[in-house]
Design a protein around this ligand. Structure first.
Ligand SMILES: O=C[C@H](O)[C@H](O)[C@H](O)COP(=O)(O)O
Length: 230
């Protein structure tokens, strides 16, 4: 099975968890897009839900496919959010998210959700989180914020568009991708996350610590589910 087929498998498995009457958080990225496609098909067959998208592009996809949308103002409590991830740590189910730039809205939606279900293909699994973590920063004075982040021991790259200008998030901020190398031991993701969030100018990080309730993993052998222990 190619990666796209695995993403579809995970997306369809997760979409089957959605029930009539739910407020559903709609994630961002190529795997989440497969789940939104599966939900669009179910809505066309009569499923009654409202969705809260985590990015403008997910909003566009859902709206074009006929999923009624709402927001956290009207529905501050979400029944179930289904989203992708860039890396999942075995054992803890801690995540790195935000390669697609949607980390802030994804975290706001996750924080309002009763359940967060993450969908990935098995390439995303890792013993320890090790990818560069996306950090959303305020554009004003981002260079000073960058220096403070580097002082934590991370190598930083300002995310750029194809034309060399900074990538701008849906919230009009920039993203620094921060490479801490493989984490674990004394360099715990939760410690780095807390230190990053204390820096003025940092809006949010792509660390999702103790947030995923379930991870649905698609691999050659089919679908596996991991549950976070309490
Ligand atoms: O900002 C983007 C999100 O966190 C995505 O859920 C994440 O990057 C995974 O995306 P994909 O399913 O395309 O690998």
């Amino acid at each position: 099975m190619d990666t796209d087929a695995l993403k579809r498998l995970a997306g369809e498995e997760a979409a089957a968890l959605v029930q009539d009457g739910m407020v559903v958080g709609l994630g961002t990225g190529s795997t989440a897009a497969c789940m939104v496609d599966a939900l669009i098909r179910r809505v066309a067959q009569g499923l009654k839900i409202v969705g809260i998208p985590t990015s403008l592009r997910t909003a566009e996809q859902a709206q074009a496919g006929g999923i009624p949308l709402t927001d956290l103002g009207a529905h501050p409590r979400i029944d179930l959010t289904i989203d992708g991830a860039d890396q999942v740590e075995r054992g803890t189910l801690n995540l790195i998210k935000g390669m697609g730039g949607a980390l802030l809205r994804e975290k706001l939606v996750a924080a309002a959700s009763e359940r967060l279900v993450i969908i990935v293909d098995d390439r995303k699994l890792s013993e320890n989180l090790s990818l560069p973590v996306p950090v959303e920063v305020v554009p004003f004075g981002w260079q000073a914020t960058d220096l403070r982040i580097q002082a934590l021991g991370g190598r930083t790259v300002l995310r750029g568009g194809a034309d060399g200008t900074p990538y701008v998030t849906d919230n009009h901020n920039y993203i620094l991708d921060v490479d801490f190398g493989a984490m674990g031991g004394s360099r715990k993701p939760e410690t780095l996350d807390a230190a990053l969030r204390e820096i003025v100018g940092v809006v949010e990080t792509g660390f999702f610590i103790h947030r995923a309730e379930t991870v649905i993993i698609a691999g050659e052998g089919g679908v596996t589910r991991w549950q976070r222990s309490a």
